[in-house]
Design a protein around this ligand. Structure first.
Ligand code: ZN
Length: 504
């Protein structure tokens, strides 16, 4: 191995150590940090962001990279060539942002996050509004630094950070037929009697839930020797370092099902992080996850294809009885399964069922795109939000906390992030079909609590590959075709059709 390539990898490992410290401070801010530490934390994050950006854009890194690109021996190895291609992508992209801007962005988002937390708990949009205006200004500047692709729009430059290569136009043309197929399905379900929602109302003490979630997490394959499960307002996962993947969930006594599905979701993200070849390739693209769409495909798969399947509930039922006594004694596995799949419009995205969830994502995509374009003023956001919820879901938004203040993303300056949730949902269904061809007895295995074959499939086909292939190419390789909405709609129609007794 060339000395220059070794030096390049060493540079990236040190950059990864800085990013890892940033990740840990961010995790702490969400889980443990006392509120009065917010100002000091903002300074720490801003300084570390500046140092990380300086290291990511250092001329020395550029020279090492150019030398390696010119080294033919290195490029004969496909994985190394992919590594260099992606390092170049990241380097050129980072060089477009001035370091001062990166520090300012970090400083502002730390404060905005605290402002959002307060605004959300008071349900007062007016105190968050000036922050959102500031964040949109920063997002526009960021998009301009990155540069708008030919024939594209500002939004594309931001989306590319979360889902490389994706554009707003492609998202729009993926979402439109999905919406067309979803709305009649949701309507048809709305005309049918709802399964008994009794299991959703059972109260379970929070300490019991925490222990149960931890037990399930370990049984499905999350390595608690290399990770943690904690509590935060907004559940998330963070791959902090090799051997350190942290996920969170949130609990209320009557929210047993929500907490479990949150844990399953974040476990999917966490197991992806744990499956990346980080020990060998720490800090290199070969050891990193692909875009957020693929990340979300992993979380949605464990949450939905696994965690909302009949077989999963068959396996879970005796465990549930052992953990919660007779709390669920009135319900058999079939009743639990049906309750876990109730379709009922919900004001809250993260508590939504698999069908209406995507309408939430489409709403956010449309509104943030309109704000970025200047077609929607920030002051008009609550009104536009509430109107759309009424139109799409038939619900009245009672307050901003359950309306446009519910999600953390905008407060972190993450505009262009939401579409990845639905892209991931579509990937998960398309991948699931391919998995069932390879592992036709997977449902029966899930019914016996055997998750290792599924995890093994995901490890070898997706996790261990790092960023060797772009998401679109990976999708074609695994499923034989590009991403589309039909596998998801087929999956949904089959499952919900069975539960609700829909025709054909
Ligand atoms: Zn997720």
């Amino acid at each position: 191995m060339s000395k220059r390539y070794e030096a390049l990898r060493q540079h990236l490992r040190e950059l990864a150590a800085l990013n890892s410290a940033l990740g840990l401070l961010g995790w702490d801010q969400e889980t443990m940090m006392p509120p009065r530490a917010a100002a000091a934390r903002a300074d720490e994050l801003s300084l570390l962001s500046r140092l990380a950006h300086e290291r990511a854009t250092a001329p020395e890194l550029g020279e090492l990279l150019s030398d390696c690109e010119a080294d033919e021996a290195l490029n004969t190895d496909a994985a190394t060539a992919a590594n260099l291609r992606e390092i170049r992508h990241d380097y050129d992209k980072a060089r477009k942002l001035p370091t001062e801007f990166v520090a300012e962005f970090s400083q502002t988002t730390s404060h905005a996050l605290e402002a959002w937390k307060a605004a959300r708990s008071d349900s007062d949009f007016s105190t968050f509004r000036p922050w959102l205006e500031k964040l949109l200004g920063l997002a526009r500047r960021k998009a301009e630094y990155f540069g708008v692709p030919e024939g594209g729009e500002l939004y594309d430059a931001l989306l590319d950070e979360f889902e490389p290569g994706m554009t707003a136009d492609v998202v729009e043309s993926t979402f439109a037929p999905l919406r067309e197929a979803l709305v009649p399905l949701i309507d048809a379900i709305g005309r049918k009697p709802e399964p008994d929602d009794g299991p959703c109302k059972v109260e379970v003490p929070i300490e019991t839930q925490k222990a149960f979630n931890r037990e399930i997490l370990e049984l499905i394959g999350f390595d608690l020797e290399a990770g943690r499960l904690d509590v935060s307002t907004h559940p998330f996962s963070s791959g902090i370092a090799p051997g350190d993947t942290r996920i969170t969930s949130r609990y209320t006594p009557a929210g047993f099902a929500e907490a479990l599905s949150s844990t399953m979701h974040e476990a999917g993200h966490g197991m992806y992080e744990q499956g990346l070849p980080k020990s060998e390739h720490w800090g290199e693209p070969l050891g990193e996850s692909l875009g957020l769409g693929i990340h979300e495909s992993q979380s949605r798969m464990w949450e939905n294809q696994v965690g909302r399947s009949r077989e999963f509930w068959t396996w879970l039922e005796p465990r549930l009885a052992a953990a919660t006594g007779d709390a669920f004694a009135a319900y058999d596995a079939e009743a639990l399964y049906r309750a876990a799949n109730i379709v009922r419009p919900n004001l809250i995205r993260v508590e939504s069922d698999e069908a209406t969830y995507n309408l939430h994502v489409m709403l956010r995509f449309d509104l943030e795109r309109a704000m970025l374009r200047g077609d929607l003023a920030v002051a008009d956001l609550p009104g536009a939000w509430d109107e759309r919820i009424e139109n799409d879901l038939g619900l009245d938004v009672p307050d901003a906390a359950r309306g446009c203040l519910q999600d953390i993303h905008w407060s972190m300056g993450a505009i262009g992030y939401f579409p990845t949730y639905t892209l991931g949902t579509l990937y998960s269904a398309q991948f699931w079909d391919a998995i069932l061809v390879d592992l036709p007895d997977l449902p029966e295995r899930i019914g016996r609590g055997e998750f290792a074959e599924l995890l093994g499939w995901l490890r070898s086909r997706i996790h261990q590959r790092g960023r060797q292939l772009p998401a679109e190419a990976l999708c074609v390789e695994l499923t034989g075709r590009p991403l589309d909405h039909r596998p998801f709609m087929d999956y949904l129609k089959t499952k919900l059709g069975g539960i609700y007794g829909l025709e054909g």
